[in-house]
Design a protein around this ligand. Structure first.
Ligand code: NAD
Length: 260
């Protein structure tokens, strides 16, 4: 909805990823002044459609549209972003179905690189519903990769550095460019940088470069592992979206077969 430049980029990546994976995707664009009722009606059609396995509404939405109402209009079985309260609640209870894509991508990174998480201290900076809160829950659950002792920091945390310096695993999702530097990180920590920002850079053709919430150049030499921006959590989020879509498809197929 509308034409937010960052959203355009993300949507472009998602459409391309579907093509590469062999998924059929349809991009529906609406004008920024579409009414909420109209948008809900259109989502309702997709919700009912037998040929649609996954629905994703690119955020942010224009201010006159209630984001929660829109996200809740997507049936949780088709909620491949994992934002529906049912999917969020299942994560809380340790019975994940469609896990929010960015946290799911982060957990897959930890799994893939065999990062030891059990008994470690994980510090998460940021408490949003789509990243910080679910990733802190997943890291604390009794399932691999998890079993961490988790500290969740946010905008009201005083002396953030006192917490981040204790982290064996540091996940930064504050949405603040270069918030975390070398003096905020314990040597040997695993650092996951979720932030993504455009920073003016006249030497680049586009006039900007992408940076994260972590000062990569400073932190990389002392971390045991670190995700770059771009090229770290972003592509993992897209991979998790595709995985969720495939799972949604499989679940719907098995329900369909059971009802035959
Ligand atoms: P948000 O703005 O919803 O939440 C930010 C959180 O950080 C808040 O909970 C706030 O309390 C906390 N915070 C803000 N300033 C802080 C500070 N100085 N110290 C400690 N905590 C602070 O953001 P979000 O949607 O969770 O996204 C966070 C970042 O991750 C953004 O840069 C966003 O663009 C990026 N993001 C990237 C991906 C990806 O796929 N790479 C996906 C989602 C979000």
């Amino acid at each position: 909805v509308g034409n937010d430049p960052a959203s355009e980029t993300y949507v472009g990546h998602k459409v391309r990823a579907c093509k590469v994976a062999g998924f059929e995707s349809t991009l529906l664009r609406y004008d920024a002044n579409i009414t909420e009722a109209d948008l809900l009606k259109r989502i309702g059609v997709l919700a009912q459609s037998e040929s649609v396995d996954g629905i994703l509404v690119q955020l942010p939405l224009p201010a006159h549209i209630n984001e929660n109402r829109v996200l809740e209009a997507i049936p949780f079985e088709k909620d491949v972003d994992g934002f529906h309260p049912t999917n969020a609640g299942l994560v809380m209870q340790g019975r994940p179905h469609l896990v929010a894509a960015t946290p799911a991508g982060i957990m897959e990174l930890l799994r893939h690189y065999n990062v030891e998480t059990a008994g470690k201290h994980a510090v998460v900076v940021g408490r949003s519903n789509i990243v910080g809160t679910p990733v802190s829950v997943l890291l604390s659950r009794n399932a691999a990769p998890g079993n961490c002792t988790v500290t969740l920091c946010h905008s009201r945390t005083p002396h953030l550095s006192n917490f981040t310096r204790q982290a064996d695993i540091l996940v930064v999702a504050a949405g603040k460019p270069h918030l975390v530097g070398a003096s905020d990180v314990k040597p040997g920590a695993v650092v996951i940088d979720v932030g993504i920002h455009r920073m003016e850079d006249a030497s680049r053709k586009q006039g900007f470069r992408l940076v994260g919430d972590v000062k990569f150049d400073e932190v990389a030499p002392l971390a045991s592992a670190i995700t770059p921006v771009p090229g770290g959590v972003g592509p993992m989020t897209i991979a998790a979206l595709l995985q969720n879509t495939y799972k949604a498809y499989q679940t719907r197929q098995s329900l369909h077969n059971d009802s035959k």
